[in-house]
Design a protein around this ligand. Sequence first.
Ligand code: ASP
Length: 348
Amino acid sequence: MNINLFSNTVFVGLSFMLSGTIATVKANEAPFAIAIHGGAGAIQQSKMTPSLRTTYEAKLNEAVAKGYQLLSQGKSSQQAVIAAIQILEASPLFNAGKGAVYTFDEEHELDASIMNGKTLNAGAVSGVKTVKSPIALAEKVMEESVHVMLSGEGAELFAKNKGLPLVDNSYFNTEHRYKALLKAKKKLSEKEQELKNFQAAHQSLPTEFKVGTVGAVALDKAGNLTAGTSTGGMTAKRFGRVGDAPIIGAGTYANNNSCAVSATGHGEYFIRYHVAADICARVQYQNIPLAKAADIVINDVLVKAGGSGGVIAIDAQGNITMPFNSEGMYRASMSSNGQSFVGIFHNE
Ligand code: ASP
């Protein structure tokens, strides 16, 4: 079970953010809810200190409470998803925006996408280096272009034309990610000598170098679903590698008829298994509960394939599930039915 009744930390954060307005949710009001993740590239449980946990949970609480606050005010799920993701993008704790991992060439290339479950409109960007908030650019692509995905320099020019904040690529630098790159490169060069193939060597990197992303899914009072995802991708990625985060149907999907999903994990598997859309298709065509559909895809289909990671998902009734087959996944949720959760590892 992924959702617990009010954890203390969440309730304190919520009271602070909303001045206790959760108590004012009326019994006959339409349900609304939000779930967020900060990636499945969680630190090993053995290395998680109480103070680190507090730091992560505080940021997750801040993001989920902001999204929930907007939903409670009657704002759209799209606004809630964007607001929550932007808080996580601005934090150096997560692999998205500030804090994104480094490419092999010691830069940052960011991917993001968003999908609106009512209109089935979607926007995505890949390989952008100077856009401060990739999720904001994905939203612009969705709302103000006739395309679904823009990449690289063209996407950056579009961002400039739309007046979005641009930054030097070094804005995304953080010391801990640089150290991770150096560690990854050392492992890669050892493996490359042995395997004589960069791709095979990269494949053999431990999971901690492959995962980390942020995302949000939400249901608003009008009954509309939205999903969004933003990431720096994989440490030491090369050759313009693009993961699942900006691929609609793989890392992000939303449809009011079924569900909204944001994924995190080893992107190549999430693309090949079309993870986000597969979960929603199972809900829609097999008429099975969201939690069951997500569990099958993450803990059966992907495990058998060797793909590590997880998803957050919400359906049109506001049911939330957050399964993962990795050691941990930073995640939080808040719902108008009074349920909320924040956690990192299994059995929390
Ligand atoms: N899915 C992302 C990618 O492959 C990374 C992650 O979510 O952990 O780029």
